[in-house]
Design a protein around this ligand. Structure first.
Ligand code: ZN
Length: 180
């Protein structure tokens, strides 16, 4: 951003190039950039939503669940989740039934939950995430979330989920992913 601002002071036009990709990430990134520069209009935000919707939902396999039916808060969680895991894990997480989840503690910076036969513990203040499924263990090193953590994050308050995810993305190095 500072470099861009500097360039814009020195010349009348500044051109930006985004690497093209079949998923439309270049367009999405371009609009994100416009949002950061506060020059994005409503139509740009609509386009971004459609790209995200397409990438997330593909066909109709979501059984009527459409991103436009989600609140802005929840659709932001989708976008953030995509930075810490992949689409398949998000899809599998969403499909876990509410009956399989029990939030045991949800206060301040702590979330503790039982999901299926596993446990998820998130301490936002200490930036520690503990969990114990096999897929989780495989993703510990690269700090990639599994479907259970996706489900927990999508089930707590959107505000808390956003705080956790933003911290994981912006302060990735400070987070410790642990096994029980
Ligand atoms: Zn898991």
């Amino acid at each position: 951003m500072p470099k861009l601002e500097e360039a814009s002071r020195k010349t009348r036009k500044v051109y930006g190039y985004f690497n093209n990709h079949f998923h439309g990430y270049a367009i999405e990134n371009c609009i994100e950039f416009m949002q950061m520069l506060k020059i994005a209009e409503r139509k740009h935000e609509e386009i971004k939503k459609r790209i995200i919707e397409y990438n997330l939902y593909g066909a109709s396999e979501w059984g009527g669940l459409k991103i436009e039916n989600l609140s802005d808060e929840k659709s932001l969680i989708w976008q953030l989740l995509l930075k810490v895991t992949d689409l398949n894990r998000i899809r599998r997480g969403v499909r876990i039934s509410d009956k399989e989840l029990r939030i045991q503690e949800f206060s301040g910076d702590i979330v503790k939950a039982r999901i299926k036969e596993y446990t998820v513990e998130i301490n936002l203040k200490k930036r520690v995430l503990r969990h114990n499924c096999d897929d989780w263990r495989k993703g510990i090193e690269e700090k990639r979330l599994c479907k259970h953590v996706v489900k927990v994050l999508f089930s707590i308050s959107p505000e808390m989920a956003q705080r956790i995810l933003k911290s994981m993305i912006e302060e990735k190095d400070k987070w410790s992913f642990q096994d029980f």
